[in-house]
Design a protein around this ligand. Structure first.
Ligand code: NAD
Length: 372
């Protein structure tokens, strides 16, 4: 079950899928960090997204999928570029993520939104609203409107829909899908402040009245955890009004997509936010919450910390290496305390560093603690 750790005696296998845009730059820094830990990993890299489409004509080639399936964990960068917008939808880079989620049954997406004290002033909200912020958004990942049926549309070669009068996607959730994400959520809440907010749109959508009913039913098995329900529009508002009132938020795929991006800005930058997508066997895909940022790709200015923190989550959730995860997280905090900032989190009085310099600084902070 997600969140439990089983001891491993065999070699740890990590599939490394850097992807497109800044994906290759930030994953390189996370690998640098993993390599200075005293752990032995088998890491194998494969193409995914636009890079895989260019080389093999498909964003998730069979060899990449097989590598991912055979691994204990996947370290993922980001995929996508606007130049692929006119491709048929199944060939677009982003389909690789949907394919990995579906094929590996990665149904639980954990997105912590933690505001580092050193970055309180980088948030778009007043410091007193975000100081000490530590919330966890759990997004259901394999159901909802993103996987509804029917979803096919005939796409013209230029990517437009001449003569089309209507387009639709269906929203659906099955009872087992809601039950399993609810169990994962209540179990995660037990390790935190035992407070869950289930976000829905039950006033308008049947799917989310069902969601609310099933979450409430599962809650009966977790009487020690407090549960409340909130409409998604109100949740979007409360997240900027009083974000610290939340502890764990659980919601469906689409609402979770939007709310977790909103929450990311509370922490200063989307470049700081890691994420984990887990299945029932604790196998996970670990990636930053942001995309491939084509606007800054190749400039050595992207913030690698979300990816480095995703590697820490990987060590904690899938690889049973809690001490190593702690070391990475402490090193990230140390470099922020040193005043080092990539451009996205830079403010006056701090020192602007490149992607590689930030990775080097985290490595140095880890090495220093091993020696000390
Ligand atoms: P994005 O997250 O790539 O970028 C949004 C903004 O945040 C940009 O200004 C970018 O420069 C900035 N940004 C993102 N990550 C950063 C980092 N680490 N450091 C500094 N700044 C950072 O979102 P977008 O521009 O809407 O999408 C770009 C491409 O990424 C699209 O093709 C989209 O489909 C894809 N995408 C992929 C994923 C994924 O791979 N999981 C997620 C979201 C978007």
């Amino acid at each position: 079950m997600v969140g439990t750790n089983t001891p491993r005696k065999f070699q740890i296998k990590i599939a490394v899928l850097p992807g497109d845009g800044i994906g290759t730059e930030i994953v390189a820094e996370a690998i640098k960090v993993l390599k200075v830990l005293d752990l032995s990993f088998e890491m194998e890299t494969a193409l995914v997204g636009g890079a895989a489409y260019e080389a093999h004509g498909h964003p998730l080639p069979p060899a990449t999928l097989e590598l991912a399936k055979a691994a204990d964990a996947i370290l993922f960068g980001a995929v996508g570029d606007w130049k692929y917008d006119s491709l048929d939808r199944p060939l677009r880079p982003e389909q690789a993520i949907l394919g990995l989620r579906k094929n590996l049954s990665l149904f639980a997406n954990f997105r912590p939104a933690i505001c580092y004290e050193q970055l309180v002033n980088a948030s778009s909200l007043k410091p007193e609203l975000v100081s000490g912020l530590d919330i966890l958004i759990i997004r259901e990942l394999t159901g909802d409107i993103y996987f509804g049926q029917p979803r096919g549309r005939r796409v013209a070669t230029d990517g437009h829909f001449p003569g089309t009068q209507e387009a639709f996607d269906t929203m659906r959730y099955s009872k087992p899908e809601i039950e399993r994400i609810a169990h994962v959520t209540f179990q995660a809440a037990r390790k935190r402040n035992k407070k869950v907010t289930s976000v829905d749109k039950s006033n308008v959508l049947e799917t989310f009245q069902f969601w609310k009913d099933v979450v409430t039913e599962v809650h009966a098995q977790y009487p020690d955890v407090a549960l409340d329900h909130m409409y998604v529009d109100n949740a979007a508002m409360q997240l900027v009004k009083e974000p610290k009132k939340f502890d764990v938020i659980v919601t469906g795929n689409m609402f979770g997509d939007i709310l977790s991006d909103e929450a990311s800005m509370l922490t200063g930058s989307i470049g700081m936010l890691p994420s984990a997508s887990l299945n029932a066997k604790n196998q996970g895909l670990y990636e930053p919450s942001h995309g491939s940022a084509p606007d800054i790709a190749g400039k050595n200015i992207a913030n690698p910390l979300a990816t480095i923190l995703s590697a820490a989550m990987m060590l904690r959730f899938s690889l049973n290496q809690t001490a190593a995860a702690d070391r990475i997280e402490s090193a990230v905090s140390a470099v922020l305390s040193q005043g080092l900032r990539t451009a996205d989190i830079y403010s006056q009085g701090t020192q602007k560093v490149s992607t590689q310099q930030m990775g080097d600084a985290v490595v140095a902070a880890i090495t220093k603690t091993s020696k000390g």
